[in-house]
Design a protein around this ligand. Structure first.
Ligand SMILES: O=C([O-])CC(=O)C(=O)O
Ligand SMILES: [Mg+2]
Length: 245
């Protein structure tokens, strides 16, 4: 495990990310030139926790081999998969690199129940999960490619904790911030969290205004993107709100 001392993130920045949609965050990152931040192909499996924000704690799997990856490896409580679950701290998201291989689950209900009990902020895998019926009831945001019944050892050999990984084709470094919602998961590079937090908040507020206008019948021309007239109306509505406070 690579121990890293990362400067803490500003809670206000994390709160801004928690309130922003993944659509907004990918746009903010796109503005900075980053096009590969969305973990395509994953969906939320939690019935109670559709939104997620937290810092990446990474686990890397390589392909399993029949002579090594047998059920008795779990007699070792420090097996990297189990160690990962028992190492995740409150506020962290366990992010697993399964190479997009979904034929065997990367974890199941018991391990995710333990993650929830440890106060994890979520779990993300580009593979699959087993026991998804029970997982759906957990108070834990969960994002995966889907379900698979087969146990992880059939396909996955856990090797490294807290190293840079690829997840759904996106680079994820320990400490990056993962945000999830109904559209899926985006990885925000840690150093860009303070850069995009406030612009993301502003984009959310402006788009909420534009959304109301379009819902009320406004055409796209002049509204989306907003022209000077619409932006003035937006400023006036914000000033009115400010006055009312
Ligand atoms: O063998 C596994 O993948 C783990 C499992 O079922 C669980 O955590 O409930
Ligand atoms: Mg199970």
């Amino acid at each position: 495990m690579t121990e890293q001392l990362l400067a803490p993130l500003d809670p206000a920045d994390l709160a801004a990310l928690a309130e922003a949609s993944t659509a907004t965050l990918t746009t903010q990152l796109f503005k900075l030139g980053l096009r590969n931040t969305y973990l395509a192909g994953l969906r939320g499996l939690s019935r109670h926790e559709p939104r997620m924000v937290g810092e990446a704690f990474t686990l890397r799997y390589i392909p399993a081999r029949e002579d090594i990856d047998t059920l008795d490896v779990f007699a070792d409580y420090d097996h990297p998969q189990r160690l990962a679950v028992e190492s995740v701290q409150p506020g962290q998201v366990l992010v697993m690199d399964c190479r997009g291989q979904g034929r065997a689950a990367s974890a199941g209900h018991i391990l995710l129940t333990r993650l929830a009990a440890r106060g994890a902020s979520g779990i993300v895998t580009d593979g699959t999960l087993r026991d998804v019926e029970g997982i759906g009831d957990l108070r834990l945001p969960v994002f995966a490619a889907g379900p698979a019944a087969m146990t992880n050892l059939a396909q996955h050999h856990a090797v490294d904790l807290q190293v840079p990984i690829g997840c759904a084709g996106v680079p994820v470094y320990p400490g990056d911030v993962l945000v999830g919602d109904a559209d899926g998961v985006v990885c925000v590079p840690r150093h860009l969290v303070p850069v995009i937090a406030q612009p993301a908040r502003e984009q959310e507020e402006l788009e909420a205004f534009l959304q109301r206008r379009v819902a009320a019948g406004a055409p796209l021309r002049g509204t989306y993107p907003p022209d000077e007239h619409t932006l003035r109306a937006y400023d006036e509505s914000r000033a009115a709100l400010g006055d009312a406070r």
